[in-house]
Design a protein around this ligand. Structure first.
Ligand SMILES: Cc1cc2nc3c(=O)[nH]c(=O)nc-3n(C[C@H](O)[C@H](O)[C@H](O)COP(=O)(O)OP(=O)(O)OC[C@H]3O[C@@H](n4cnc5c(N)ncnc54)[C@H](O)[C@@H]3O)c2cc1C
Length: 431
């Protein structure tokens, strides 16, 4: 089939790779000058199967810790709050667990098969800072949903021995630990994977915004895309430059057998009214800074993998010779620049958790957008109109689930059965 993918963030690149691997003719449309230039630019990229279960058990409802200033978002937050209390929530969390497990396997096998070079580190630790959080986390581990998870409980002493850079005075009552969990530079991975997708015949059209789509009728359903060159969308000052391999071609309307929308923004604007998903936009900050190099072997600065503090919604992760601290989720429009009050909070948490771990004078701050659906699940599969497919709504979890979702979508297109129950991902629920 001739397939268009709209959006070249983590989700779009992984989807394009899987579709090209299945032998489809794939063309990716991206309005920016390079891949991973928007929500996928500098996230934490932590992957630990069952992390969503742990967040639900310890941290409340869906990681949206701050109420937005604007009351317009309250109805959406109410729907999110209600969804977290529905009987279907157990099936959703099980599906997120299975997605993360499949993503971890897929990321590792793709990286090994193509010998992809990207910064990645093993070990994900969720700190439990109060006795109440510690007992909630331990209670989670004896539930049926957690029985197959590759996670174990560490006492505070064991947690400090595993991550010796943790501040010895930080109050700690134990930790959940995924030895096989990973933190990675997702953007580096996506750049390397794009090269493999190109080798498989996929094409990337940068600075091409899809401005309209029309579905055909009759026996052979086809989708026509209208695109516009968008040289006016400048690369963010923080973004990488174009890879140089991109060619910007004005092609006029293009016809496809299938179109996969890997951008919630495109889906909300381009899909026919009834199929348009109701998306809430959130944003999260991050700071990336060089890691302090220890002067002698006895000193350790920063984490060896990723360390999460669910109580404050902040993740500190290793990225090669840098550290990234990310967090403070809010619902609402993306600010034009990172908020200094939020950055101060990130720096303070970093210093309190891993004193002296970075050289903050050379830190790069960033704020990135996330798309959330009200039930906290992505929408992956066939959209209402023929030939239209969705892979959106990854919220805070794109790295944790994009590889699995790309594979599942390609399987679904080929009529292959999913390896686990994916009914909670069905875009039909959004209608
Ligand atoms: C600070 C921060 C920390 C995070 N931490 C984690 C984490 O630890 N673990 C995890 O799993 N996830 C994490 N996330 C979430 C994750 O990184 C994002 O959800 C993810 O990168 C989104 O990927 P995406 O491909 O779905 O969307 P995007 O990266 O936003 O890609 C969508 C692309 O579509 C393009 N586009 C939109 N409309 C059009 C159009 N009409 N035509 C052409 N192109 C179009 C855009 O330019 C964009 O490049 C974090 C996010 C942030 C911001």
């Amino acid at each position: 089939m001739r397939v268009a993918v709209i959006g070249a963030g983590l989700t779009g690149v992984m989807t394009a790779y899987e579709l090209a691997r299945d032998g489809h003719e794939v063309i990716v449309y991206e309005r920016r000058g390079s891949i991973a230039a928007e929500g996928s630019f500098a996230p934490a990229s932590v992957l630990a199967p069952g992390l969503a279960l742990a967040h639900a058990a310890v941290g409340g409802w869906g990681g949206l810790e701050r109420l937005p200033a604007k009351p317009t978002a309250w109805p959406w937050l109410w729907r999110r709050w209600r969804a977290a209390r529905q009987p279907a929530q157990a099936a959703r969390l099980t599906c997120l667990r299975d997605l993360a497990q499949l993503s971890l396997e897929r990321v590792q096998s793709i990286a090994a098969a193509h010998q992809l070079e990207y910064d990645h580190h093993s070990g994900v630790m969720a700190l439990m800072r109060t006795p109440r959080d510690a007992s909630r986390a331990q209670a989670l581990l004896v539930t049926h949903a957690a029985s197959s998870l590759p996670v174990r409980w560490l006492s505070a002493d064991d947690a400090r021995a595993t991550e010796p850079g943790i501040n010895p005075t930080l109050p700690l009552h134990g930790a959940l630990y995924w030895r096989a969990g990973e933190t990675a530079n997702g953007r580096q991975f996506a750049h390397a994977l794009r090269v493999e997708a190109l080798r498989l015949g996929a094409r990337f059209q940068f600075q091409q915004e899809v401005t309209g789509l029309a579905t055909g009728s009759g026996a052979r359903q086809q989708v026509e895309l209208q695109t516009e060159r968008c040289r006016d969308i400048a690369e963010s000052a923080l973004s990488v430059g174009s890879t140089g391999a991109a060619t910007v071609v004005d092609e006029g309307p293009q016809t496809f057998d299938a179109v996969v929308l890997c951008s919630a923004e495109a889906a909300s604007r381009l899909l026919p009214g009834a199929a348009r998903p109701r998306v809430a936009w959130g944003h999260v900050h991050s700071v990336t800074a060089p890691r302090h190099v220890a002067a002698d072997a006895g000193e350790t600065f920063g984490p060896s993998g990723a360390v999460l503090d669910p109580a404050v919604g902040i993740t500190i992760s290793r990225m090669g010779d840098r550290l990234r601290v990310a967090g403070v989720a809010s619902i609402g429009a993306l600010p034009s620049r990172p908020a200094s009050a939020v950055l101060a909070r990130l720096y303070a948490t970093l210093e309190a958790t891993f004193p002296g771990a970075t050289r903050t004078a050379r830190a790069q701050p960033w704020v990135g957008r996330q798309d959330h659906l009200a039930d906290g699940m992505p929408a992956v599969g066939r959209a209402s109109a023929n030939g239209l497919w969705l892979n959106i709504g990854h919220g805070a979890n794109a790295w944790a689930q994009a590889a699995a979702c790309g594979r599942l979508l390609a399987d679904q297109m080929a009529g292959r059965a999913a390896p686990f129950d994916c009914s909670t991902l069905d875009p039909a629920r959004l209608r």
